[in-house]
Design a protein around this ligand. Structure first.
Ligand code: SAM
Length: 225
């Protein structure tokens, strides 16, 4: 049977070495971007580029979500915080890994995701509901640059907008042995994706995963305009 465009894109990400772990591949296959895109962008769902979702914001490119989901070293049962819900798509791909349908509900992990733009928080909620992830993803509207202390600590944190510096509340809300991914850099798109590992004694190690181009993180620990 002829493969659809989404399956072809996943095959290409595997061929490029961007996707390699079976659980991340399975999750990326299970959640095509289409359901999370506005109607006029849906024909481009499988084009490997960020796409507009309204309110001046974008859904990330499939290769970037793949890179982040591989680097997060996600496991079943983990509690994850995402800063920057946007369309809700990235959160849904993570839910597929930390709370797969095949396991008992009592073993589910959970994705908490914070979006600062109220209309987008509502859009993400609607998309998450329509795609069947409401029991595994919770969306809050607020300033995620301060994290979401009410549900902390988290085993994994990902920030999907670029911060000027490492926000200290996010480090505080990361569990020992936890991993955080955050783009850090200027608003003019010169940024690096930083992997932060918090060791058991609370010390943090940083690894630069390379150059990226994200929209700016706003809010208290974000870029000030
Ligand atoms: N993860 C998203 C998805 O799957 O569609 C894409 C995220 S988009 C590249 C970045 C998002 O971060 C935007 O929706 C933006 O409004 C949001 N954002 C920026 N600063 C924020 C903050 N301080 N707190 C929460 N969200 C923020």
């Amino acid at each position: 049977m002829e493969k659809n465009d989404w399956e072809k894109l996943i095959d290409s990400l595997i061929k490029q070495g961007i996707l390699h772990s079976p659980k991340v591949i399975k999750a990326m296959r299970a959640v095509p971007r289409t359901k999370f895109l506005p109607k006029d962008a849906q024909p481009y769902s499988a084009v490997d580029t960020p796409l507009p979702i309204g309110f001046g914001q974008t859904i990330s490119a499939p290769h970037m979500v793949s890179i982040m989901n591989e680097a997060l070293e996600l496991e079943v049962g983990m509690k994850v915080l995402e800063v920057g819900s946007g369309s809700g798509w990235h959160a849904a791909t993570i839910a597929e890994i930390v709370a797969p349908r095949e396991i008992p509900r009592s073993e589910y992990g959970h994705v908490y995701t914070v979006e600062i733009v109220q209309d987008l928080a509502e859009l993400a909620r609607k998309n998450i509901r329509n795609a069947g992830y409401s029991d595994r993803v919770t969306i809050y509207c607020g300033d995620g640059s301060k994290g979401y202390p009410e549900k902390s600590p988290y085993e994994r944190i990902l920030v999907t907008a670029a911060a000027p510096n490492m926000p200290s509340p996010l480090i505080e809300q990361l569990k020992p042995n936890g991993i955080m991914l955050i783009p850090v850099g200027s608003v003019s798109l010169f940024q690096n994706l930083i992997k932060v590992v918090k060791e058991p004694d609370g010390k943090v190690k940083h690894e630069n995963l390379g150059g990226v181009a994200f929209v700016p993180l706003t809010g208290e620990y974000g870029h000030q305009f």
